[in-house]
Structures are given as structure tokens and as C-alpha cells.
Design a protein around this ligand. Structure first.
Ligand SMILES: Cc1cc2nc3c(=O)[nH]c(=O)nc-3n(C[C@H](O)[C@H](O)[C@H](O)COP(=O)(O)OP(=O)(O)OC[C@H]3O[C@@H](n4cnc5c(N)ncnc54)[C@H](O)[C@@H]3O)c2cc1C
Length: 426
């Protein structure tokens, strides 16, 4: 009975869904050992370090991941980085197939003057900072000023804007990192703009996120009614308004219709604002936009760019147009496959990765030949390497959840690798 060894690199949604698709393909004549390799001591990818803390329901998908991890033949190798602790060649030699599920984690740059001024930062720094990603535990952000600008018209921009604009009390019962929660409690930011380059009809927000905005208890949300009327007009001029766009525009209209309470905190959406230059002497002081009505300068103290991600370079992997070079998930001329944001680029919600991974796994299975007899990753790592296997991770997870229970939170995250490893010691 053929038995194949598959390495999956990256323990985010795409990696788990690839593992699940392999598990679902097991028959009497086809079985798999799955080794999942993750550079952090914690799995779940952006479900832990991306999804906003005030959206805890989204994170319940982690229960599905844990079920996958508990199936026979699955092993977690956390705290193991491809390109540092092991090489791609090691994996391709030892495994019948290698599935790259490494995501896309570096913030895209605007390429405008002033972008490198202090307090002009990227969502790819701000988000993992408030979510307790170990790489960003010492990240510094100055929240002393009153006005913040978020550049981008997608859900990541919305998360960043909301995190700055809501009353931090609303985050007390979430799993936001303690360092971020402390900083947000001291924050002077009271006015937040989210700005999109094009009209509202092109915004990439999704309707459920927009529909949440009127529920904010301590923040008034503003969208210009003329901008929405224009978006309807422009969309209708092209024919029937597509369903997704219609529900987005409806959700924006609902925001406009909510009576404003005169809160000290506000979140305002501006469309057709193309960033031109960030101004400031020693740090951000203002941003200049070009708009259909001419240049507009908004004085501000913090700029966060949320305009997409590019993948981190991994030795031995060829990247093309912001993703691993692939055809339908196959890396041509190798036993390497790719899924998730590494394969498609940074678009799609958690669920998108499921059907996508299932399609790639079908191709992978159809390509399998004679199984290799070449050992596995445990022979590749140094004998003193601290591997976070599934039981080790379960101990970390339980310790974080227990610390959270005392404080009425889902968990209290440990934010350094050393602390995480300590938490999981038997
Ligand atoms: C800020 C933000 C908020 C989001 N909010 C939502 C939401 O509310 N709802 C929703 O449905 N979707 C949301 N998404 C989208 C969702 O997170 C993605 O669709 C999904 O995480 C992509 O999965 P992935 O497995 O491809 O990548 P990731 O989740 O990024 O996982 C990649 C994993 O690979 C690991 N890795 C990288 N390099 C290496 C290496 N060299 N060696 C070993 N491991 C490595 C990383 O540490 C990471 O754990 C959000 C995305 C972002 C950025």
C-alpha cells in the first residue's frame, strides 16, 4: 500500500486546509504522513497574528485546525524555519512532496516622498504588534498625536482604523497583546481617516465588516453621502450593479444614516484620495493627497499604509508577481506545490484557502510516483533544537487560555519566543 511523506511549510489556514485535503484523500491504497513546519512556536498563521482581536468569532476556525492536527499521521514541527533551520533541498530530498503555505507578510510600499519618516508605518508592522507576534514585540509606535491616517480601502485598512478609533475599553476583554493594549489606553488618537485611492465603488471592504461599523459604541463613523451617490451612479452607468458591490454600497449608506452621537472619537472614510507626499521634519506632520478637486493636505501624526503584502524571500524559491511562481499550485520541474497567499498573492478570506488547497492537493496526488525511502525532518535538525510538537503547542495554548480566564479574556498571549517556549515546558 503506497504511503507518502508530505511536508507542509507554514501552519496558517492554507497549510491546515492542505493537510485536511490530504487526510480526506486517504483510502485503503493511499496513506500519508504529514509533517507541518512552522517558524513560530505557535501555529494558526494570520488567525493568530492577523485577524483583529475584536473579531473573536473568526478565530474559532482554529478548532478546525486542531482537529486536523489530531488526526493520525500528522506531526507539528513548530519553531522550525525553512531557510534557517532546514533548507528547501533537505525537504525536497526527504519528502515525496513539499507544500509551501508560507503566506505573504511584508507590507507593500507606496513609493512616495516622506514614506520613511518616523511614525509612517505599515499595517504589516501595526497588526502583528497589536496581535502579539514575537517579531514585533519591540516595535515602537507613537500614539501621542490626535490624528491618524490609514491608507488603503480593504479589510486590513479597516481593522487598523478601527483598532485606533475605538475606545480601548472595548479591547480589554480581547486577546490583544498586553503591550498594545497598554499603549492604546494611553493613546491620544481621536480622529482616524481611512483613505482610498479610487471611488467607493472600487473599495475592497467586505459588507460584513462595513455592517459592523454602526455598532461601534464610542466612535462616530463618517462617510460622505455624495461619494456614495457618485459610486452608485458610476456603477449603474456600467450596467446592472453586481451583488457584492450593491451590498457594500448599501452597508455604506447604512453608516451614513446612523445619527452621530458627538463622540470624541471618530472614524472617517475618504474616497478618491491618492497619496502624494508625507510631510514632516522629524516625524509625520501631514499628508498631501491629490483628489479630483485638487491637492488636499491633512495634518496628521501617524500614517499607516495598508495597501497589500508581498512575500518574504525564501532561499531556493522563485517568486513572480508577488507570489511563488506556480501554475495552478504546481512549482514546475519540482516536487514543490504551493497554496494560500503564497500561491495566489494576498487576497481571499480564510475560507478561500480551503477549496484552493483541495484543488492543489488533487494535482499533487495525481503527480505522485514511487514513495521515497529517505527519512524525514527529525534527522535534519540539530539534536538540541527545541521543536514545538503538537503536545508542546497544546501546553502553550492551555497556559495562555488559563491566563486569560483569570482576566476575562480568551487568552493572554506570550509575546516572545523564549516566553512561549517556557510556557510549553512539560
Ligand atoms: C490583518 C489581516 C486581517 C485578516 N482578517 C481576516 C478576517 O477577519 N477574516 C478572514 O476570513 N480572513 C482574514 N484575513 C485573511 C486571512 O488571514 C488569510 O486568508 C489567511 O491567513 C491566508 O492563509 P495562509 O496560510 O496562506 O497564510 P498565513 O496565515 O500568513 O500563514 C503562513 C504561515 O507560514 C509561516 N511561515 C512563513 N515563512 C516560513 C518559513 N520560512 N518557515 C516556516 N514557516 C513559515 C508563518 O509564520 C505563518 O504561520 C486577514 C488577513 C490579514 C493580513
Amino acid at each position: 500500500m503506497p504511503h507518502y511523506k508530505i511536508a507542509i511549510v507554514g501552519a496558517g489556514p492554507a497549510g491546515y486546509f492542505a493537510a485536511q485535503a490530504l487526510q480526506n484523500s486517504v483510502t485503503e491504497d493511499l496513506t500519508f504522513s504529514i509533517d507541518m513546519i512552522e517558524r513560530l512556536p505557535t501555529p494558526w498563521g494570520l488567525v493568530r497574528s492577523g485577524v483583529a482581536p475584536d473579531h473573536p468569532k473568526i478565530k474559532t476556525v482554529s478548532k478546525v485546525f486542531e482537529k486536523i492536527a489530531n488526526q493520525p499521521g500528522f506531526r507539528l514541527f513548530g519553531n522550525v524555519e525553512l531557510g534557517k533551520d532546514i533548507s528547501l533541498e533537505d525537504l525536497t530530498n526527504k519528502y515525496d512532496a513539499v507544500v509551501m503555505a508560507t503566506g505573504s507578510s511584508i507590507g507593500k510600499k507606496l513609493g512616495i516622498p516622506g514614506e520613511d519618516l518616523p511614525n509612517s508605518i505599515s499595517a504589516s508592522e501595526f497588526v502583528p504588534w497589536y496581535n502579539g507576534h514575537p517579531d514585533f514585540k519591540d516595535f515602537k509606535i507613537d500614539l501621542l498625536g490626535k490624528v491618524a491616517v490609514v491608507i488603503g480601502a480593504g479589510n486590513v485598512a479597516m481593522d487598523c482604523g478601527r483598532m485606533l478609533a475605538i475606545d480601548p475599553k472595548e479591547l480589554d476583554e480581547t486577546d490583544s497583546a498586553d503591550h498594545a493594549l497598554n499603549a492604546l489606553h494611553k493613546s491620544n488618537i481621536r480622529k482616524v481617516f481611512i483613505t482610498g485611492r479610487r471611488g467607493a465603488e472600487f473599495a475592497a471592504f467586505t459588507a460584513p465588516e462595513l455592517r459592523d461599523l454602526p455598532k461601534l459604541e464610542h466612535t462616530d463613523v463618517y462617510i460622505n453621502a455624495d461619494a456614495i451617490a457618485l459610486a452608485y451612479k458610476n456603477a449603474e452607468a456600467k450596467g446592472e450593479v453586481e451583488k457584492h458591490l450593491a451590498s457594500n454600497l448599501e452597508a455604506m449608506k447604512a453608516v451614513i444614516e446612523v445619527p452621530k452621537q458627538g463622540h470624541e472619537r471618530s472614524l472617517e472614510f475618504l474616497f478618491s484620495h491618492t497619496p502624494k507626499e508625507i510631510l514632516g521634519q522629524d516625524k509625520v506632520e501631514a499628508i498631501v493627497y491629490s483628489t479630483p478637486d485638487g491637492d488636499v493636505t491633512i495634518p496628521c501624526d501617524l500614517v499607516i499604509t495598508a495597501i497589500g503584502y508581498v512575500p518574504e524571500v525564501i532561499p531556493g524559491i522563485h517568486f513572480e508577481s508577488g507570489k511563488i511562481a506556480n501554475i495552478d499550485g504546481r512549482v514546475i520541474g519540482s516536487n514543490i506545490y504551493t497554496v494560500g497567499w503564497a500561491k495566489r498573492g494576498p487576497s481571499g478570506v480564510i475560507g478561500t484557502n480551503k477549496s484552493d488547497a483541495a484543488d492543489v492537493v488533487q494535482l499533487l496526488i495525481s503527480d505522485l510516483k514511487e514513495p521515497k525511502q529517505a527519512g524525514d525532518i527529525s534527522e535534519l535538525l540539530k539534536s538540541n533544537h527545541e521543536i514545538v510538537d503538537q503536545p508542546y503547542w497544546v501546553r502553550i495554548n492551555e497556559a495562555e487560555v488559563a491566563a486569560g480566564e483569570v482576566r476575562g479574556k480568551p487568552r493572554v498571549k506570550a509575546v516572545s519566543v523564549a516566553d512561549l517556549l517556557r510556557l510549553g515546558q512539560p
